[in-house]
Write a protein that binds this ligand. Structure first.
Ligand code: SF4
Length: 268
């Protein structure tokens, strides 16, 4: 069940650390807007890239395959698929909740799709809850920051077609997917593991990719800034973890997802 969150009694003032983070983000955005797409395109050509359509980045072939999505991306996928926000995305937490199914086939993980089962695949085990203790409030609600695309129990992206490895939402796929394996961090171009790296890329394709990478970088910075500016800290308490574990056991578990548009409470 999804509802806008009122949360527990908030602390409204920003801490000096939060103000520092906001100032640093604004500075990074200012510099990011001045990055030269032509220089970026030339770097991409030096590295080389051509997608081999192996689908490894959509599975867990290279480890953590979580796809962080911002609210506008979820909305685009909603329009395209007619699915609800929670069918498309789940809470983003530091630790990866899907561990058991890694490397297994769909047959070995029978209940595969959130869309089919309406079950939350990103299960918060007691161990995971312990590692998230600092994100649990005094009422035992877990606070998450941002969203990730839903995955099947074996860790595959929920939109990956089973036999063909085709993306079912290709025209509206998230920016992370359309710019994979590239991203910018610390104002520098970085790459993830990928079968297609090192292959020649045309000038035209490298320019288009450079523009998309820059657009993604700035969009994500803007979104993070929105999150920091909207976020009102929650109250932690000694019993928070215990309450969260109990609510997980009795099926009343609640997670509050904070994003640039506000907060969403997910329960049940
Ligand atoms: S982006 Fe890389 S890992 Fe993903 S499908 Fe293409 S070649 Fe494979």
């Amino acid at each position: 069940m999804e509802a806008p969150s009122t949360g527990n009694k908030p602390k409204s003032e920003k801490t000096s650390y939060q103000r520092l983070l906001i100032a640093a983000l604004k500075k990074e955005m200012e510099i990011a807007r001045k990055l030269d797409p032509e220089k970026l395109a030339s770097e991409i050509r030096k590295i080389g890239f051509s997608c081999q359509h192996c689908g490894k980045c959509c599975r867990q072939a290279f480890g953590d395959n979580r796809v962080a999505v911002i609210p506008s991306e979820v909305e685009r996928i909603q329009e395209y698929t007619g699915l609800s926000k929670l069918e498309i995305a789940g809470p983003f937490v530091i630790e990866d909740p899907i561990q058991d199914g890694i490397g297994k086939s769909e047959e070995e993980c029978p209940e595969t799709s959130l869309i089919e089962s309406e079950e939350n695949e990103e299960y918060f085990s007691p161990d995971l809850l312990e590692s998230l203790e600092d994100c649990i409030d005094c009422e035992g609600k877990v606070h998450a920051f941002g969203w990730i695309l839903r995955r099947k129990r074996n860790g595959d992206c929920t939109f990956l077609e089973r036999d063909t490895y085709k993306c079912q939402i290709y025209p509206v796929r998230p920016m992370l997917c359309s710019t994979y394996p590239f991203y910018i961090e610390g104002l520098r171009l970085q790459t993830c593991e990928c079968e297609g790296l090192g292959s020649p890329i045309s000038i035209e394709d490298s320019r288009k990719l450079a523009e998309d990478i820059l657009f993604r970088y700035i969009s994500e910075l803007e979104d993070t800034l929105g999150l920091y500016e909207n976020f009102v800290d929650f109250i932690r308490g000694e019993k928070g973890l215990e309450l969260a574990k109990k609510s997980q056991e009795n099926g009343t578990f609640t997670c509050i997802v904070h994003d640039s548009k506000g907060s969403t409470e997910i329960s049940g």
